[in-house]
Design a protein around this ligand. Sequence first.
Ligand code: ADP
Ligand code: MG
Length: 292
Amino acid sequence: ATPISIMVGTGRGATAGVLIKNAESLEIVEKVNTVVVDKTGTLTEGRPSLTTVKAVGKLSEDQVLQMAASLEKASEHPLAEAIVAGAKERKLEPKAVKGFAAVTGKGVSATLGGKAVLLGNAKLMQDSGIDTATAEAQVEEHQRDGETVMYLAVGGELAGLLGVSDPIKASTPDAIKELHDEGIEVVMLTGDNRNTAAAVAKKLGIDRFEADVLPDQKAAVVKKLQDEGKIVAMAGDGINDAPALAQAHVGIAMGTGTDVAMESAGVTLIKGDLRGIVRAVRLSRSTMRNIR
Ligand code: ADP
Ligand code: MG
């Protein structure tokens, strides 16, 4: 490869907000035929807001939300921020909890008023033997709207449901369409549940997705696609995503995400706009054509 063409190529990318780390990254982008995208913070804004609070036991709706916020006060997860903000809006003061613990990819737990309280996904409930059957119809209804639904359990029994909704970025539909137009397959990856993932994928015309993926499984999904012979670019924004970004032929970080993601990436999209991937692909193709 001629260094000058590469420099011109990466320079043009930088002007457009697409930072390409080095010549290797630019060269591999040309060959990419599969783009794996993390849902939260990559396809979506990553700033969910509280849309549903349901009481399904003895507690009132306000009590459900207050307890949930009390647990989430100690969590740094975007879902936690949505719940804390939602409680604040209803003027509900979080209470002090004991023994807070975060369960990666599943939720949080603590003791509140002498009772064990759990907040998180279906897996978290299953792990503790909480029966969620009575709420399933309601849960599915909200998931089909693209909401992420969390279960609140108090003293071993289901007490409430909390639904948050994370808007799709304005630039995402065009980005998916442009990638498809370039003949690139898009695969969505998420720790979220199957129903919510299916709703978001359908809205965006994404035909392949992997749901219920634990953070440490993301890299394995990328590897699986590589084993199928795919040349994979992985786009993500979080600390969780770093191993998958490193595993991919080229990692693509959102400039709006974490530094760890950017360090593991060959390409950084400054404005977090996925259309930058298509720019990078076109740039790489024209640069490599010039060199040959
Ligand atoms: P993502 O891949 O969307 O970033 P995570 O792996 O962080 O998702 O979380 C997966 C799922 O675990 C969430 O959709 C949620 O149901 C549950 N979860 C994780 N952290 C929390 C939390 N702090 N409060 C409630 N639920 C949580
Ligand atoms: Mg994420």
